[in-house]
Design a protein around this ligand. Structure first.
Ligand SMILES: Cc1cc2nc3c(=O)[nH]c(=O)nc-3n(C[C@H](O)[C@H](O)[C@H](O)COP(=O)(O)OP(=O)(O)OC[C@H]3O[C@@H](n4cnc5c(N)ncnc54)[C@H](O)[C@@H]3O)c2cc1C
Length: 456
């Protein structure tokens, strides 16, 4: 069996991700950028080569071309969640939807629109990278479908529909028979069409951003995991073969932040790595796509807490993700072959698409979602000297939000006024978990509650 057809066996940061996206972007087939060597100084150090770190690097480099900006990535750029996600660029920062719904219910439509537009601004930033700056990430504007299994889910979607209508956007409720003419899947009572979303190849967005970042003069080192950070007016950052000191540090480490030094207590226990597993099939033929009535290629997200997502890739593979949401003791990265969620996803694939019984699953991979206890991100300046910038905890919604966060971090550095629509995420410390074993126990209980809630 080809190595790429096997489920992952090693750590997250092993040589192969087994991820369709990372493979399609050729990340593992290229020579890594040189790692950091020796002791050096910079104006800004950025840790993490996902969308957050890359977007911050790009925006900072273009605003401050005179500064020496160095980005350190522990593995390969795009090797974290940014290269492994489902590639849905969706509206809203998590945590803003309820506010917008409430404002609409109260008839405060202009305020609702302002928050909707501000928190969805990441879509426009990515679109600009694609249309004006040559980033090729298989950008595909498309109608998304949000599916309902129970009557409660349907009621939730009807509320969303009212919000979109109030904002002047078209969202249509499709009962089951109409849904099955868009995608012939069983088990859903209907779906809402969601405007303004787009499919991308997530790993290609990361490599495209890397190209822009390097062209803007940022020095990027891969295979340079930061093993220690000392805060202070000058921040010291150490990797296995080098070190950097700089007056400013940007942490784009999101779900992995808890592994960083003892001296970052202000961030510890606030952003958690929740595992999400994905599978991809071999490419479908045009006949198979047509037999599923899936010519419109709409991605589908169901509205459970532990939701399933499925979509077609550019080469017509079916990608199926989600359902799980596993937290392991101490925030460990688990990526074992034969994880029970791969089996669950495969059985779900056959349940959703019985006509694809003979289509093999070729890729299985794990990813880390950075999440917070109150499911709301944080973006801001932290540390005793307020010179450690951090953004993360996007709770599974980070494609657009991470890119937007990079721009907001630049605005913070530049001292530019920031729209009050972002107040709910700016400079806030998400609630802190109590530490092990209580954190794992709490997650286990919360997971049971969410599963109970999903079944209602
Ligand atoms: C399976 C899955 C599906 C998802 N689907 C969607 C979706 O469809 N739509 C959506 O909006 N969001 C989705 N998300 C969420 C989205 O992918 C993330 O929110 C987003 O990619 C976060 O980007 P980031 O740069 O903050 O983090 P990451 O992409 O995780 O980047 C962090 C980087 O930091 C590096 N790093 C960590 N520690 C160190 C260290 N010590 N030293 C140096 N480097 C280090 C890592 O290697 C990594 O490259 C999904 C996430 C997953 C896991």
């Amino acid at each position: 069996m080809d190595e790429r057809d096997r489920a992952p066996t090693g750590s997250f940061f092993g040589p192969r991700s087994h991820c369709h996206w990372i493979e399609s972007a050729g990340i593992e087939d290229t020579v890594p950028l040189a790692s950091l060597q020796g002791d050096q100084a910079a104006d800004v150090v950025i840790v993490g080569g996902g969308y957050t770190g890359l977007s911050a690097a790009l925006h900072l480099a273009e605003s401050f071309p005179e500064r020496r900006i160095v980005l350190l990535e522990g593995a390969r750029v795009g090797y974290g969640a940014s290269g492994r996600n489902c590639g849905l660029a969706l509206p809203f920062i998590t945590g803003a939807e309820e506010t917008v719904h409430d404002l609409v219910d109260e008839g405060r439509i202009d305020e609702a629109r302002k928050i909707f537009e501000a928190t969805s601004a990441g879509i426009g930033i990515i679109e600009e990278f694609v249309t004006k700056r040559g980033v090729d990430c298989e950008w595909e504007p498309v109608e998304s479908l949000y599916g309902a299994i129970t009557a409660r889910h349907q009621a939730k979607l009807e509320r969303e529909q009212r919000t979109y209508a109030a904002l002047g956007l078209e969202a249509t409720w499709l009962p089951e028979n109409a849904l099955r003419q868009r995608i012939d899947v069983a088990g859903y009572r209907g779906a809402l069409t969601v405007p303004g979303s787009t499919m991308i190849n997530p790993a290609k967005l990361a490599t495209g951003l890397l190209g822009l970042v390097r062209a803007a003069g940022v020095e990027v080192h891969e295979e340079s995991p930061v093993v220690d950070i000392t805060a202070g007016k000058t921040v010291h950052v150490r990797t296995p073969r080098g070190s950097l000191r700089a007056p400013m540090l940007v942490l784009g480490t999101n779900a992995y932040t808890h592994h960083l030094g003892q001296n970052l207590g202000f961030l510890r226990g606030r952003v958690f790595p929740v595992h999400s597993f994905s599978i991809a099939s071999a490419p479908l033929t045009d006949t198979q796509v047509a037999a599923l009535s899936w010519g419109g290629r709409q991605p589908f997200v169901d509205v459970r807490n532990f939701f399933d997502v499925f979509r077609l890739t550019a080469d017509n593979r079916v990608l199926l993700s989600g359902g799980g949401g596993f937290f392991y003791y101490g925030g460990a990265a688990m990526d074992e072959k034969g994880h029970r969620d791969y089996a669950r996803l495969e059985s779900r694939f056959h349940q959703l698409f019985p006509a694809l019984a003979d289509v093999p699953i070729t890729h299985r991979w794990a990813g880390h979602v950075g999440t917070t206890l109150d499911m709301t991100p944080t973006i801001g300046a932290f540390g005793p000297d307020q010179n450690i910038l951090f953004a993360g905890g996007y709770t599974g919604h980070g494609v657009t939000v991470a890119v937007l966060a990079g721009r907001l971090l630049r605005d913070i550095v530049a001292g530019e006024p920031i729209d009050s629509a972002y107040d709910f995420v700016l400079n806030r410390k998400p609630p802190r978990a109590p530490g092990e074993p209580l954190t794992s126990l709490g997650f286990a209980l919360f997971t049971r509650y969410l599963r109970w809630d999903d079944a209602r």
